[in-house]
Design a protein around this ligand. Structure first.
Ligand code: DOR
Length: 414
């Protein structure tokens, strides 16, 4: 929009279009002329590595990276050490994050204890709370996820999905486990691109089937195969509670880039960068509305871990630019649609009704972007400790310049 946003006590008080009457007084005025003001981004999927892996990332470095990338709200995954498998652990991380005051962090809670796939996690005690309000257990998390492990036992997975349904929180499924068929392909020496495709496709089919059976809101993480896109398109026709995300790296890159970077080292990610045909299917899914949201899957690693094959890319600080370049400049979607993929849609999936768009009465989580800025990705400049970007040295368009969060603001932006 062009115009003025009036913020008071962290809330958007007024949105005044160009030419409208701006307030006579303000404690502070931020002049964003020539820039674009968007709702701050909301990431459904990041790995903060805290507690347990300070060599890769810390709560502070990840939060600074999020802010630099335009994010004010982030869901971080449970694959920490120890894993986040209780509501209390999630609350304590959330409180540490609140003390830093950089972003609004929502830790996902694992579905099983220790992410071992044997018994239900704190999700079970969460259910007890529903029946007994005297128990002092924090509110349910905004999202549950077993991360890349999935829950292999069907009965236990179904129990977890039903518990999430009862608590009203969606479950994010990473769909990395393809059962016997994928295992057989792996054992018989098939290349990664073959067995990992079977993994994702089988796991997606299973998650949709069991999620629908349990009646829970099911979110499919980092969709990367054309078959999974098709399955999700079909599933959505029958069950509108199925949603999904795509990552900037699966939107922008394919197997060729992985090979150049080192398919088993600096180019390795789960799920892998796939064929050009898969990448096009993801882009068509974004354009056609099958893909609901863009999530970073920010996966910071130390250089020696990456050289040794640790999967994933540091993604918070390049997500907007990569998507602006690949989707907006290439004419796939408008800037408004990209904003909705990065803010309004994730807010809807998480049930956060107080943010995601610039509207009177909502949180003043905002980001200034320059859509024309042209820059070269230089990971050494990242706030994240993870310098493992698949975009290092690439020219991209679109820069996040300043992320503002509700709490601290009493300003007018012009
Ligand atoms: O490549 C990945 N790495 N994909 C994931 O989903 C998890 C992540 C990690 O934790 O390193």
């Amino acid at each position: 929009m062009t115009g003025c946003v009036v913020v008071e006590n962290g809330v958007i008080k007024k949105v005044i279009p160009r030419g409208g009457r701006t307030p006579a007084h303000a404690d502070a005025v931020i002049d964003g002329k020539g820039l674009t003001l968007l709702p701050a981004f909301i990431d459904l999927h990041a790995h903060f590595r805290d507690p347990g892996f300070p060599g890769k990332e810390t709560l502070e470095s990840a939060s600074l990276a999020a802010r630099a990338g335009g994010y004010a709200t982030v869901v971080c995954m449970a694959n920490t050490k120890p894993p986040l498998d209780t509501f209390e652990a999630a609350r304590s991380l959330r409180e540490r994050s609140a003390a830093l005051g950089l972003i609004d962090l929502h830790p996902a809670v694992a579905l099983t204890k220790g992410m071992e796939g044997k018994e239900l996690s704190g999700i079970k005690r969460g259910l007890m709370k529903q029946g007994n309000h005297a128990l002092s257990i924090p509110d349910p998390p905004l999202l549950f996820s077993e991360d890349g492990k999935d829950v292999l036992d069907d009965a236990l997975f179904l129990e977890a999905l039903a518990a999430a349904a009862q608590l009203g929180s969606p479950v994010s499924c990473h769909c990395d486990n393809g059962g016997v068929e994928a295992e057989k392909a792996k054992q018989s020496g098939e290349p990664r691109e073959v067995w990992s495709r079977i993994e994702e496709n089988n796991a997606t089919e299973r998650a949709i089937r069991l999620g629908s059976q349990a009646g829970c809101a099911l979110h499919i993480a980092h969709v990367s195969t054309k078959e999974a896109v098709a399955m999700i398109r079909d599933a959505k026709r029958k069950n509108p509670r199925v949603t999904c995300e795509a990552t900037p790296h699966h939107i922008a890159l394919a197997e060729k880039t992985a090979a150049l970077l080192g398919a088993e080292s600096f180019g390795r990610v789960n799920p892998p960068l796939r064929t050009e045909e898969d990448r096009r299917a993801i882009i068509a899914g974004v354009a056609g509305g099958v893909i609901d949201a863009i999530a970073t899957d920010h996966a910071p690693h130390a250089a020696q871990d990456k050289a040794g094959g640790a999967p994933g890319f540091s993604g918070l600080e390049t997500a907007f630019a990569v998507c602006c370049t690949e989707l907006v400049r290439n004419g796939v979607v408008s800037l408004q649609k990209l904003s909705s993929l990065m803010s309004a849609a994730p807010a809807r999936i998480l049930g956060l009704k107080d943010r995601g768009v610039i509207r009177e009465g909502l949180r003043a989580d905002l980001v200034f972007v320059d859509t024309e800025a042209e820059w070269i990705v230089e990971p050494s400049a990242f706030k994240s400790r993870g310098k493992n970007s698949a975009f290092a040295g690439r020219k991209v368009f679109g820069k996040t310049l300043a992320t503002m969060r509700a709490q601290a603001m009493r300003v007018v932006t012009v």
